[in-house]
Every structure is written in structure tokens, then in C-alpha cells.
Design a binder for this molecule. Structure first.
Ligand SMILES: C[S@@+](CC[C@H](N)C(=O)[O-])C[C@H]1O[C@@H](n2cnc3c(N)ncnc32)[C@H](O)[C@@H]1O
Length: 269
């Protein structure tokens, strides 16, 4: 477990992933009924972009830093994401973004395996009554927690991809989560190093009988040796989500000089 998200926090992939996360939570908040968020690979929750790790890669410079001058009217998911990022005085990871958007009735369980990252996560989430951090294996623990008592919500799976078996583990994780929580929204992040590998992954997930899913694909021109393309698979995207993400993506793509596509891979609206 050498991966530290601090080296990548606020990069192009984080920006798009976190805007999708905000858009999903905004959708869930349209109804008063409680929802649950399960973040299986949560990270530490808050990243100092002026710190050593971020400084070494400079990835945030081609990500969140490019959005710093944005102001005025903008798509709702983007506006909320930026206001959370600006309030944090550091870059907020997925569990902190989710925690900040919870209402009294909603719950977040954020799972992180690395002991040092977990210790920070626990402190970061401590002020939020509805949020809990757990030190465990994200795939195994999230399955135990599904379906959530609220019976509506989101499972985010964002593993580090430091081992060759991660695509298979993530595909199995999403399928097993779907089997236990077929009405839930599932959001899975993956690096795209080859089109064939990405297609094989989505194909493997969808062969589990999932009827509605979309893929958000983001590409930038990255320096040699750095990741330049990432995907997000959204299972059970709620009505209007594709449009909400597309609206935000248009603005972000301009600023990041990225190509962002939102495409249905199973079913449609
Ligand atoms: C890509 S980062 C998560 C970033 C976070 N979701 C965000 O968007 O801010 C992946 C995290 O998973 C953790 N991790 C690695 N293996 C794990 C496992 N088996 N279960 C849970 N967490 C794990 C790593 O320590 C790392 O913090």
C-alpha cells in the first residue's frame, strides 16, 4: 500500500470525479427521504496543495488551479464543488465533500485501509455528526454495509490501482454492490491507459445484468509518464444527471483544455 492520494489530489481526474459526486448528491437531496453514502476507498479527506506530496507532481496545476478564476453564473454542480473547494482552505477529498453536503437525516461511511490516511480521515470527519470513518478493506466492508437502512444512496468506489488485479477487483466490487443494492447509484473511478482495458472493464461490470449506466471519459494532454485519461462508470444514474454533468463538463473542459464525454453504455433516460 504505497499509494498516497496526496500526489494526485485536485488533478483533472479528481475535478471531474468530485463534480460527478456533487451532482449525484444534489440529486439525492431533491427528496426529503434520507440517503446513505458509502465511500469504499476514502483517502484522508483533506489535502494540502501547498504541501510536499502535491508539490512533487504539480498535478493540481492542471486541475483545480485552472478553475480558480471562475466566477459568475455557472452550472449548479460546478458552483457547489467550487464553493466547497474554496471553503476548505485545502483540497477536499470525496469523504469531506460528501460530509459537507449531508443533511441531518443522511449518513456517510468512509472506509480507508491505510492506517495513517485513516487517522487523518477520522479527524477530518469528526465535526460531522452523520459521518463515520472506518479502518477496513473497502470492498469487503462496503458489501457488509449494503443495502443501507435508508435504501437510497450512493456507493463510491475509487481504489488506488496500484496492483494489476485492481480492474478485476473493482468490476467484482461493483457487481457485488449492485447485487445487494440494485436501486443504489454506484460510481466507480478507473484510469484509462488503453481503450481495450477500459472497455473490458465496463463490459465485465455490465455483464452482471445492469440495465442503466453511463461513462464519463476525461482526457487531457499529460506530460510523458503521467495519467492523461480517466473514466467514471455511473450505474443507475438518476434522471437529469447526464445533463447536469455535461453542463458542468463544458465549462471545465474549456478551462482544463480537456475532452470530456458523457455517454450511455447501458439503457438511456
Ligand atoms: C484514489 S484514493 C481515494 C481518493 C478519494 N476517494 C477522493 O476522491 O478524495 C484511494 C485510497 O484507497 C486507499 N486504499 C487502498 N487499498 C484499500 C482497501 N483495500 N480498502 C480501502 N482503502 C484502500 C488508499 O490508501 C487511498 O487512500
Amino acid at each position: 500500500m504505497n499509494y498516497r492520494h496526496g500526489y494526485h489530489a485536485g488533478n483533472f481526474a479528481d475535478v471531474v470525479k468530485h463534480i460527478a459526486l456533487v451532482a449525484i448528491l444534489q440529486h439525492l437531496k431533491k427528496k426529503d427521504a434520507a440517503f446513505a453514502v458509502l465511500d469504499s476507498h476514502a483517502g484522508r479527506g483533506r489535502y494540502d496543495l501547498g504541501g510536499e506530496e502535491a508539490g512533487k507532481t504539480g498535478e493540481a496545476k492542471s486541475g483545480i488551479a485552472r478553475l480558480s478564476g471562475l466566477s459568475g453564473p455557472m452550472p449548479e454542480a460546478l458552483a457547489t464543488y467550487l464553493s466547497l473547494a474554496r471553503q476548505t482552505h485545502a483540497y477536499p477529498g470525496s469523504p469531506l465533500i460528501a460530509a459537507q453536503l449531508l443533511r441531518n437525516q443522511d449518513r456517510l461511511t468512509a472506509i480507508e485501509k491505510h492506517p495513517e490516511e485513516f487517522a487523518i480521515l477520522k479527524d477530518v470527519l469528526a465535526p460531522f455528526r452523520g459521518a463515520a470513518a472506518e479502518n477496513a478493506d473497502g470492498y469487503a466492508r462496503s458489501l457488509k454495509l449494503l443495502p443501507p437502512p435508508a435504501r437510497r444512496g450512493l456507493v463510491l468506489m475509487d481504489p488506488p490501482f496500484e496492483s494489476p488485479g485492481e480492474f478485476a477487483a473493482l468490476a467484482r466490487g461493483v457487481r457485488e454492490a449492485y447485487a445487494k443494492f440494485a436501486t443504489g447509484i454506484l460510481l466507480a473511478w478507473y484510469p484509462v491507459k488503453s481503450e481495450a482495458e477500459a472497455k473490458a472493464f465496463t463490459g465485465e461490470v455490465l455483464s452482471g445484468g445492469i440495465a442503466k449506466a453511463l461513462v464519463i471519459d476525461t482526457r487531457i494532454t499529460a506530460p510523458e509518464g503521467r495519467l492523461g485519461r480517466a473514466g467514471l462508470l455511473v450505474v443507475n444514474p438518476p434522471y437529469g444527471l447526464a445533463a447536469a454533468i455535461q453542463d458542468a463538463a463544458r465549462v471545465v473542459a474549456n478551462r482544463l483544455e480537456a475532452a470530456i464525454t458523457v455517454q450511455w453504455v447501458a439503457g438511456s433516460e
